[in-house]
Design a protein around this ligand. Structure first.
Ligand SMILES: *[C@@H]1O[C@H](CO)[C@@H](O)[C@H](O)[C@H]1NC(C)=O
Ligand SMILES: *[C@@H]1O[C@H](CO)[C@@H](O)[C@H](O)[C@H]1NC(C)=O
Ligand SMILES: *[C@@H]1O[C@H](CO)[C@@H](O)[C@H](O)[C@H]1NC(C)=O
Ligand SMILES: *[C@@H]1O[C@H](CO)[C@@H](O)[C@H](O)[C@H]1NC(C)=O
Ligand SMILES: *[C@@H]1O[C@H](CO)[C@@H](O)[C@H](O)[C@H]1NC(C)=O
Ligand SMILES: *[C@@H]1O[C@H](CO)[C@@H](O)[C@H](O)[C@H]1NC(C)=O
Ligand SMILES: *[C@@H]1O[C@H](CO)[C@@H](O)[C@H](O)[C@H]1NC(C)=O
Ligand SMILES: *[C@@H]1O[C@H](CO)[C@@H](O)[C@H](O)[C@H]1NC(C)=O
Ligand SMILES: *[C@@H]1O[C@H](CO)[C@@H](O)[C@H](O)[C@H]1NC(C)=O
Ligand SMILES: *[C@@H]1O[C@H](CO)[C@@H](O)[C@H](O)[C@H]1NC(C)=O
Length: 764
């Protein structure tokens, strides 16, 4: 970061240096040229006036282009004065002459008698001159009208009237009709004469305006000063000295085309012919663009060196003069169009910094961005790790580790998974990975990195006081190694709730197989018997094999899973033991599934292994009848399968409720034994029920008497439609906390009590 700032500063410095270099690298070439003004051996000046060709001083000197352009220089004056005819020349330009002027004046006495009068007229006939448009005919006076008449090829008369009654009315500074009026004249006029007239011979205005004046002259040179001009005796001389007559001049009396035809054009090189707009013909010469000088005299117009004066070119650095124009360029090591108004010249080594600068800025921002992102992620990662550690401790990670290490060998196959591993395995707990939802949580299908498929059970949030219980349960469960019990592969304690990782059982639940529409062809009598025996065996093993009995507490067909070979796998084992069984606790929950729930346990909250026996009895009845343990659509007496079954056996109506296929395939003896077994299991008094071991032995014994040898279920696989694992197990959970609180309440265990039916995830 610091390095970037250093680079930045360096580039700023480099940029500045380049700019300074660029300003000093300015170079202009200066070439001076003499311009020809007049013919050789001709006087160019008369007094203060420079006389350029086609004008020439002195008649007969052959210095001018023609008779009309001869200028007389009267040396009797000092300095000498140039004249053309009677007119003194003040100034000669490319198109015009400024010459001396004349004014008409008429003065009256008090009674209206004329005491002074002179007219004004100028004739330019037979000369190459005409009165320019910039001249205006002006009349001064308060009781006057004046006419101007002229002619060229046309006759022309114009004029204006100026009337006023008081001196105060006369406006200062503008000739607007009060005391002064003006009118324009047509182009090309070569002769004019003015005449002044008065309507009342100034009798009414004589006191402030005894004289009137009229003249033709350059508009911009004259300023009317109001009534003070009326009384000014020197008005005429003063005005005539200031206001010249402007004349346009032309060469010849032919248009350019005509002159070119007769090879009479006098325009020299680098110039062109311009037709005069005076109306009586003639033309002038004008230098081409980029040239200057006298177009009438050899060698004609000269190239302007625009580069000589920085004001004359638009070049930023190097100006190269070309004939009629110039080129701008940049010195070596610079680039650009060289125009001041354009991109100018930029030092090439300053272009480098520009790129480097932007690159540097880019990299700077990028690195800042990356840095911030990295910081953010590392902070959140650390936070995550901390949270996971917290959860690990909270979830009894250390306790489990301790237990695991003290319990050497037994849990070698149990793994403590990291939260990351399981997130990866379940594609971050994607919705499409859910294979089941139950009272205890959600089950996801996960694929471990070694391609093993697992079921990951995400428990619902649990109490910290249950940790020890949970850990103990975990340890016991990891010790369980029975082919008919779903294997617990490990757990994860880093998440908010403990995650249990089980082996994945692919073929769905027994519940689904029994109750799916149309029934299952492979559910033959012997297969039913096998599943019953396997389940009973697994339960018996767990009731007796472990150091202290593990009670399933939620035996039901939905918790009996089938793998790809239809081998029975009891699942959710011990999960219910996550709920403490502390009878002293205020809130004691009776948990189980309606229809399978042991009524004795329901009333006493006293959980024994016989509760599992009761539930297993319901499963057996389910296997025999193909009826759901609880169906509200059935009639009152048939609603609960357990009571319905017992009632049917008592009334000798057993064969009415057995599934036809069972009746077909099972022998009468077998069915009677099983029915009796079911009846015993469903005994309301737990003590009178057989143990799970007895049940298992009885079922195993029955299997030996099956009519048919073992049927390999692989032969039937094709006919089995794979069921969705999205089995809604654990759907009903009974909560009776207030009842158990009160020992006096010996409420009847009634299954039609709809208040007992809650969805499993109803708030606690
Ligand atoms: C400008 O150009 C002239 C010739 O074209 C050269 O002699 C002179 O050294 C240049 N000056 C600068 C400052 O480059
Ligand atoms: C003419 O030149 C003289 C001196 O050479 C100068 O005093 C005078 O003002 C000039 N007149 C004009 C009208 O330029
Ligand atoms: C002017 O030119 C004419 C003819 O071209 C010649 O006769 C005359 O001598 C010249 N005058 C002068 C003063 O050179
Ligand atoms: C020069 O001017 C004076 C005074 O106006 C005049 O007398 C004289 O004739 C003029 N000379 C020429 C050559 O026109
Ligand atoms: C005014 O001029 C006229 C003619 O010129 C003359 O007859 C008259 O006496 C003059 N009046 C005065 C007061 O001078
Ligand atoms: C101008 O008017 C005069 C008389 O007033 C006449 O003789 C002359 O021919 C006219 N000129 C033109 C060009 O009409
Ligand atoms: C007209 O203007 C001039 C200068 O601008 C001033 O000296 C003069 O008094 C003014 N006259 C009137 C009548 O306003
Ligand atoms: C044009 O000028 C020439 C002499 O320069 C002259 O002979 C001719 O008559 C003039 N033509 C016209 C129409 O004025
Ligand atoms: C060029 O520069 C000269 C002065 O060196 C100036 O008088 C002239 O007006 C300039 N021309 C243009 C076209 O800017
Ligand atoms: C000036 O520039 C034009 C076009 O930009 C080019 O054709 C010409 O050759 C250049 N002339 C010089 C003298 O560099």
């Amino acid at each position: 970061m610091q390095r970037n700032i250093q680079l930045l500063v360096l580039w700023f410095c480099l940029c500045g240096l380049a700019l300074t270099l660029a300003t000093t690298a300015d170079n202009t070439t200066t070439i001076t040229k003499a311009t020809t003004i007049a013919k050789p051996d001709c006087q160019t000046r008369c007094g203060n006036l420079t006389v350029p060709y086609p004008f020439g001083i002195g008649p007969g000197s052959n210095c001018s282009i023609g008779e009309g352009f001869d200028i007389t220089c009267n040396t009797s004056f000092y300095p000498p004065k140039p004249f053309i005819g009677d007119l003194e020349i003040y100034d000669i330009s490319d198109t015009q002459l400024r010459v001396s002027n004349v004014m008409a004046k008429k003065c009256y006495n008090q009674t209206g008698g004329v005491v002074h009068e002179n007219t004004a007229s100028t004739s330019l006939l037979t000369t190459p001159y005409s009165f320019s448009e910039v001249n205006t005919f002006t009349v001064i006076g308060c009781d006057d009208f004046a006419l101007i008449s002229g002619s060229d090829q046309r006759n022309f008369t114009s004029g204006c009237v100026s009337m006023c009654s008081k001196a105060e009315d006369v406006l200062n500074g503008s000739c607007s009709g009060i005391g002064c009026c003006q009118t324009s004249i047509p182009k090309g006029l070569q002769y004019y004469i003015t005449s002044l007239s008065s309507l009342e011979d100034h009798k009414g205005v004589w006191s402030f305006d005894p004289c009137s004046y009229a003249f033709l002259g350059e508009l911009d040179s004259f300023t009317f000063r109001g009534a003070s001009d009326f009384s000014d005796p020197d008005f005429m001389t003063r005005t005539m000295a200031k206001v010249p007559l402007v004349l346009d001049w032309v060469i010849g009396n032919q248009s350019c085309i005509k002159a070119q035809k007769s090879n009479d054009v006098v325009c020299e090189s680098n110039s062109y012919c311009v037709d005069s707009d005076t109306g009586f013909g003639g033309y002038r010469c004008s230098c081409n663009k980029g040239y200057e000088g006298n177009p009438y005299i050899s060698p004609g117009c000269q190239d302007i060196d625009e580069c000589a004066n920085p004001d004359n070119n638009t070049c930023d650095k190097i100006c190269i003069n070309t004939p009629g124009s110039y080129n701008c360029s940049c010195p070596h090591g610079y680039f650009g169009d060289g125009q001041k108004s354009g991109r100018g010249c930029v030092a090439k080594n300053s272009q480098f910094p520009v790129i480097k600068f932007s690159l540097g800025m880019g990299f700077g921002f990028l690195s800042i961005f990356i840095g911030i992102t990295w910081l953010y992620f590392s902070i959140t990662r650390r936070k995550l790790i901390k949270t996971r550690e917290k959860f690990f401790l909270q979830n009894g990670g250390l306790l489990l580790k301790q237990q695991v290490s003290s319990n050497e060998g037994g849990v070698e196959s149990t793994k403590i998974f990291t939260a990351e591993e399981l997130e990866k395995a379940t594609n971050n707990y994607a919705e499409d990975r859910i294979v089941g939802r139950g009272g205890y949580g959600t089950v996801y299908k996960g694929i471990l990195p070694d391609k093993r498929v697992v079921a990951i059970k995400k428990s619902r949030i649990m109490d910290e006081s249950q940790i020890e219980q949970f850990i103990n349960e975990m340890v016991i469960l990891t010790q369980v190694n029975h082919r008919n019990v779903v294997k617990l592969m490990g757990c994860c304690l880093e998440s908010e709730v403990p995650l249990l990782v089980y082996e994945f059982v692919s073929n769905g639940t027994l519940f689904h197989h029994i109750h799916s529409r149309g029934g299952m062809s492979w559910l033959s009598w012997e297969n039913r018997l096998r599943i019953a025996a396997e389940s009973a065996g697994a339960l018996a093993y767990l009731h007796s094999a472990a150091s202290k009995p593990i009670i399933h507490r939620d035996v039901k067909s939905a918790n009996i899973l089938l793998d790809e070979h239809y081998t029975t796998k009891i699942s959710d084992f011990g999960a219910s033991r996550l709920i403490p069984l502390d009878q002293a606790q205020v809130t004691t929950l009776v948990q189980g599934t309606l229809g399978y729930l042991d009524p004795e346990y329901f009333h006493t909250s006293q959980l024994t292994d016989k509760s599992d026996v009761y539930s297993f009895g319901v499963v057996l009845a389910e296997l025999l009848t193909g009826k759901k343990p609880l169906c509200l659509e059935r009639s009152q007496e048939e609603r609960n399968l357990a009571t319905y079954f017992i009632m049917s056996v008592k009334k000798n109506r057993l064969f009415h409720i057995l599934e036809p296929r069972v009746v077909r395939e099972g022998t009468l003896e077998q069915l009677q034994i099983v029915a009796e077994l079911v009846k015993k299991c469903l005994n309301l008094n737990g003590e009178d029920r057989p143990t799970m071991k007895e049940v298992a032995m009885e079922l195993e014994g029955l299997r030996k008497f099956t009519k048919h040898p073992w049927v390999n279920q692989h032969d039937h696989e094709e006919t089995v439609s794979l069921v969705s694992e999205n089995e809604q197990s654990d759907l009903y959970t009974v909560q009776l906390s207030p009842f158990n609180n009160n020992p006096d309440i010996s409420g009847q265990y009634s299954l039609d009590s709809s208040q007992l039916m809650f969805p499993a995830n109803s708030p606690r």
